[in-house]
Structures are given as structure tokens and as C-alpha cells.
Design a protein around this ligand. Structure first.
Ligand SMILES: Cc1cc2nc3c(=O)[nH]c(=O)nc-3n(C[C@H](O)[C@H](O)[C@H](O)COP(=O)(O)O)c2cc1C
Length: 379
């Protein structure tokens, strides 16, 4: 039975914050409605645990191919099957082409401990689309809905199934009609929530996300649960998306890479408090080291450097000497190099900087690399 719990508020009315309703995903109580998005190449157990410790109330594992799940591949499994006891509820996300394989893989995700199974209908990578996966399904509602139906049937009724979509393949009226067919059909089949990245598949990451589309979707579905995604780079933006579109929750994606403090900040703002100062240099070091310790549990103490290097480059944006620290992290190869950078730049406590409020120029390239990595590993 749902209770009317609330997290503290978003708008200040007469000096008092107006409470934000708690987020529920079906029977799963999430609470504060700002969560960590699925991020291929990033949202492994280490990133998720850091996000949760910093205030995210739910996090999704990066997308995994249904075939990899079914084959239980060693290196891949290390990634998607690693769940920490402290991160429940946690969501696992699947991508694939064949409805039957989706269903079998969904059961396996539940078996390894995921509390929610999310279906990816959004990935825009060319190679993924070429294999009729991810965003490709937005162009074929019948297949998309067969996937939803089979996954919903396959997992126990108490485990919510959710869908991640973009706002369509492109800007055509046909694409929008298909979007709404999948959206309505998915809810009719029993999905507990839909997350919408307010860009089209063709748009990839170019140009702004259309928040107005989220408002239309929320109005269309009424009390059904909708989460919004797109251009959430600051705590203020998270609250603004909730307030202006009416979505039930938001998923922070690029904005949380190397800036997990965004979750603390948004909680403070929601309680009507001022935006907390950016984390000091020693606080940044504490979190970077914690992140390393968690990553070492997945990849091993030396191998985790490769995974952590890209995070450290993002963490460096918060350092008062951001550009110099970035260059130093770019050059690290071994754990000893990282320790050297931390000793050199993170030993003296100084005020930090806020992360940029928009995607960086070079982020497209970094994302492309991460997605290329994923496309490569997905065969
Ligand atoms: C590097 C990268 C990897 C991503 N991987 C996934 C993924 O595995 N699953 C998913 O549903 N979305 C994925 N996304 C999309 C994000 O979850 C999010 O919807 C998108 O980045 C828009 O939000 P933003 O503009 O705030 O970053 C990825 C995005 C990026 C940049």
C-alpha cells in the first residue's frame, strides 16, 4: 500500500518549501525523486554506490546486452552482476533485438539481485541501431510492445518493469505517433514507469533536450509515473525540470559524472536551503579515493585505473586548478601515478568550483568513445 510520503519541497511558497512527492516505481519506494541514470561505460557498482552515498535515491546499471546476460560472459558479468548490498533498490537495464531473449535475460537480472528491470529503447549508437537494438525499436511499436509483454510476463509480478525511451526516432509526426503508441501500450501492459530522454534518436546528443515534450507526456499519461532526462547539469536544473514539466522524477546522467555532489545539492535546494558551496579539495579527494576503492573491488587495484581515469578527468573540473589537474589525470597510467596526482594537487584544503552548467565541448567525443567501447563490446 502506498503511503503519501513526501521528500522536502521544490518551490518556496510563503517562505516554506512545498514538498515533492516521493517517487515510487510500482511497489518499490524510491523516495526523493532525483536518481542516477544508466550510463554505459560509467554506471557500474562503484559509480552507483558513490551516487547513492551522496544522495541519489536509486541508480541504474549501465545497459547490458541480453545475449551477454544469457551467456554469462566473464568480463562482462563482472560489470553487470556486481551489486552492493547497500545500493537497493537498484535497476538493471537490458538491450537487444529478440523479444524471447529479452525475457530470458530479464529473469537472470532478477536472479542476480536487481529490484527493477529497465528496457532500453533509446540507444542512438549507429552500430546498435544497425543490429535492430536500442532506439531502433521506437520505429517498430509491435516488436517493442512484444518485448515489453514478454519481459513483464517473465519476471515476478512484484518486480517492476520500466522502459527508457527517447522522444522518437526523429521529428516527424509518424515518429511521434509511434512514440505514443509504445508509451500507451507499455503502460497498458503493466510497466511501472517510463523514463524519457527528451531528444530524438537522430539528434543523438546534439542540441537541447525538449523539456516541453516531457510536459506533454506527463499531461497525457496522468497519474502514471514518468521520469525525465536531458540536460540536467545542475541541482537547480533538476528541480526546474520537475517543476516545469510535472514529471514524477528525474534521472541525472552526464551531470553526475565526476560530480556526485549534485545529489546532495539538489536535496538541499529541495529543503529550501541555499545551494551548498562546491566541495572543497579535501572533500573531493575523499570521494575520489572512495570511488577508487569501490572500482578496485570490480576491476582489481591496477586495472581500475583505466576505468577511473575518465572519472578523474571529470572530477578535475571541480578543482580550483581544473585545467592543470585535468592534464595530470590524462597522463596517469598506473595507480602510483594517480596517487602522485592526488598528493600533488589534493593535499591542501581549498574551496572547489561548481561543475559546468552545460555539456562540455569535448564531452561529445568522450561520450562517443564510451559508446563506441560499448558498441564494440556488444559485438
Ligand atoms: C556516455 C553515455 C552513456 C549512456 N548510456 C546509457 C545507458 O546505458 N542506458 C540508457 O538508458 N541511457 C544511457 N545514456 C543516456 C543517459 O542516461 C541520458 O538519458 C542522456 O545522457 C540525457 O541526459 P543528459 O543530457 O542530462 O546527459 C547514456 C548517455 C551517455 C552520455
Amino acid at each position: 500500500m502506498k503511503t503519501m510520503n513526501t521528500s522536502m519541497g521544490s518551490e518556496v511558497a510563503g517562505g516554506k518549501p512545498v514538498p515533492l512527492p516521493d517517487l515510487w516505481i510500482g511497489p518499490v519506494h524510491v523516495g526523493f525523486p532525483v536518481v542516477q541514470a544508466a550510463l554505459s561505460g560509467y554506471s557500474d557498482m562503484a559509480m552507483r554506490v558513490i551516487a547513492r552515498r551522496m544522495g541519489a535515491s536509486y541508480a541504474l546499471c549501465e545497459v547490458v546486452l541480453d545475449q551477454f546476460v544469457l551467456q554469462g560472459r566473464g568480463k562482462q558479468k563482472r560489470l553487470w552482476a556486481q551489486i552492493s548490498p547497500e545500493e537497493h533498490p537498484v535497476g538493471g537495464q537490458l538491450m537487444g533485438a529478440e523479444p524471447r531473449e529479452f525475457a530470458a535475460a530479464a529473469k537472470e537480472l532478477v536472479q542476480v539481485g536487481y529490484d527493477v528491470v529497465d528496457i532500453n529503447f533509446g540507444c542512438p549508437v549507429k552500430k546498435v541501431l544497425g543490429k535492430c537494438r536500442g532506439g531502433y525499436h521506437l520505429g517498430q511499436p509491435e516488436v517493442a510492445l512484444e518485448i515489453v509483454a514478454r519481459v513483464r510476463d517473465a519476471v515476478p509480478p512484484e518486480v517492476p518493469v520500466t522502459v527508457k525511451m527517447r522522444r522518437g526516432i526523429d521529428d516527424s509526426p509518424e515518429s511521434e505517433e509511434k512514440f505514443f503508441r509504445i508509451l500507451d501500450g507499455a503502460f497498458a501492459l503493466g510497466v511501472a514507469a517510463v523514463t524519457i530522454h527528451a531528444r530524438t534518436v537522430m539528434q543523438k546528443y546534439e542540441g537541447p533536450a525538449q523539456w516541453d515534450f516531457l510536459r506533454r507526456v506527463k499531461q497525457h499519461v496522468g497519474s502514471r509515473t514518468v521520469l525525465g532526462s536531458g540536460d540536467l547539469f545542475t541541482a537547480e536544473a533538476c528541480l526546474r525540470m520537475i517543476r516545469t514539466t510535472g514529471v514524477d522524477g528525474v534521472t541525472v546522467a552526464r551531470g553526475a559524472i565526476g560530480n556526485p555532489w549534485i545529489f546532495q545539492q539538489v536535496r538541499a535546494l529541495a529543503q529550501g536551503k541555499p545551494l551548498p558551496p562546491p566541495p572543497s579539495v579535501l572533500e573531493q579527494r575523499r570521494v575520489i579515493e572512495e570511488h577508487f576503492r569501490l572500482a578496485a573491488q570490480i576491476y582489481g587495484p591496477q586495472q581500475c585505473c583505466r576505468q577511473m581515469r575518465k572519472f578523474c578527468i571529470k572530477y578535475s573540473r571541480l578543482h580550483p586548478e581544473g585545467e592543470t589537474v585535468r592534464d595530470a589525470f590524462v597522463r596517469v597510467r598506473r595507480l602510483e601515478d594517480v596517487q602522485e596526482v592526488l598528493k600533488r594537487f589534493y593535499s591542501e584544503d581549498r574551496p572547489g568550483r561548481y561543475a559546468p552548467d552545460r555539456p562540455e565541448e569535448n564531452h561529445g567525443r568522450a561520450c562517443q568513445q564510451a559508446r563506441a567501447q560499448m558498441a564494440h563490446s556488444s559485438g
